[in-house]
Design a protein around this ligand. Structure first.
Ligand code: SF4
Ligand code: SF4
Length: 351
């Protein structure tokens, strides 16, 4: 094998010593308290202290958090895919003082076992150019509202919430217990002058997943066949002349019941239960109320150990809609042809 200086160093060289020594030999794990995982192997125990972050962090905040790692765990910490920080502590005596200092700095400790963990989300208004809503703002509003479920482990099972600010769903929201998705609802408005000046027209035509964009040679621009458009916004990524943002009509949808894990039951896609809620910054009250209502219904009715989708599968979607009071409409029928099961084919569904 050629040895070069390109690419990352082997990941095992970056592991904390306790993880390297226990690698492949872990014996068991426990949840000593909310926010702490204890993994035990022949070389000793590792305590992972999970800390929630606001996800967008100032450099000063990162320095502050890293200083805690230097003080309590030889500098070993990791960022999880859900923007939690996990301090990797080997001395049990350091766990409680570390948690106390996190609290002093205003960071909650939690998100483990039967808890809500931090919300994985996309870029929103901060960075991306096709969002139908914000991501960070919506997520902040939800996490503030569901804070108690992060710092305790009182839920029936873990709760994964995801947020994508457009249908491209680069946040992988499609397999989450609860997915919040920003949606556009109108066809792009074409600025022909801008299309002419700034766009490679064949690429613009080719980018449309439904073939709704047609060349318009007379205008040296394009046309959109309205009834073919699914408002995905992909064309705006190819041309600034395809205005997809619409302050009056853009909003949010909520999909639920998905999961990636194959524990007990197969992985599932999330399914649409609320097709539209208004974009109402800065705190999105309609959306946080809807998410809270779904979580409360699950907490009050599920068996211990049932994820949200597993609970609904047991009681049937019909009962889910009647328990939560969410209005049902034909827009909610999941007719995805590759789906193994759908509302329409499920025997449990009687609408
Ligand atoms: Fe951009 Fe859409 Fe991803 Fe949001 S979900 S960051 S709008 S591509
Ligand atoms: Fe095509 Fe999507 Fe643009 Fe509609 S929004 S024209 S479906 S690329």
């Amino acid at each position: 094998m050629a040895v070069t200086d390109q690419g990352p160093i082997p990941y095992k060289e970056q592991l904390p010593p306790i993880v390297r020594e226990n690698y492949g030999k872990w014996e068991y794990h426990e949840f000593p308290r909310p926010g702490v995982l204890k993994h035990v192997g022949p070389a000793g125990a590792l305590y992972s202290v999970r800390v929630g972050t606001p996800r967008l962090l100032a450099v000063d905040s990162i320095r502050e958090l890293c200083a805690l790692a230097d003080k309590y765990c030889d500098g070993y910490l990791r960022f999880t895919t859900r923007s939690n920080i996990e301090y990797l502590v080997t001395d049990e005596a350091n766990v409680e003082p570390l948690i106390a200092e996190c609290h002093e700095l205003g960071y909650p400790v939690g998100g483990t076992h039967h808890a809500l963990t931090n919300i994985v989300h996309t870029q929103g208004w901060v960075h991306c150019h096709t969002p139908a809503t914000d991501a960070s703002g919506v997520v902040k509003a939800i996490m503030d509202d569901l804070y108690e479920y992060f710092v305790t482990d009182a839920l029936p099972h873990k709760l994964h919430i995801s947020m994508a600010c457009c249908l491209n769903m680069c946040g992988a929201a499609h397999c989450s217990d609860i997915a919040v998705v920003g949606i556009h609802r109108t066809v792009p408005r074409i600025d022909h002058d801008m299309v002419r000046k700034s766009t490679e027209i064949p690429s613009l035509v080719a980018c449309c997943p439904t073939g709704a964009i047609r060349p318009d040679p007379k205008n040296k621009s394009v046309k959109v066949v309205d009834e073919r458009c699914m408002y995905c916004g992909n064309c705006y990524t190819m041309s600034p002349g395809m205005h997809i943002m619409d302050g009056q009509n853009d909003g949010l949808a909520i999909m639920i019941g998905g999961k990636v894990a194959n524990a007990r039951t197969n992985p599932e896609f999330s399914r649409m239960v609320i097709p539209f809620l208004p974009n109402n910054p800065p705190r999105w009250p309609e959306m946080t109320e809807a998410v809270h209502g779904i979580v409360d219904a699950w907490v009050q009715n599920a068996h211990k150990g049932e994820r949200l989708g597993e609970w609904i599968e047991r009681i049937g979607w019909e009962r889910f809609f009647s328990i939560t009071g969410i209005p049902f409409s034909d827009k909610l029928i999941d007719d995805y042809i590759f789906s193994r099961e759908s509302f329409r084919t499920s025997a449990a569904f009687k609408y």
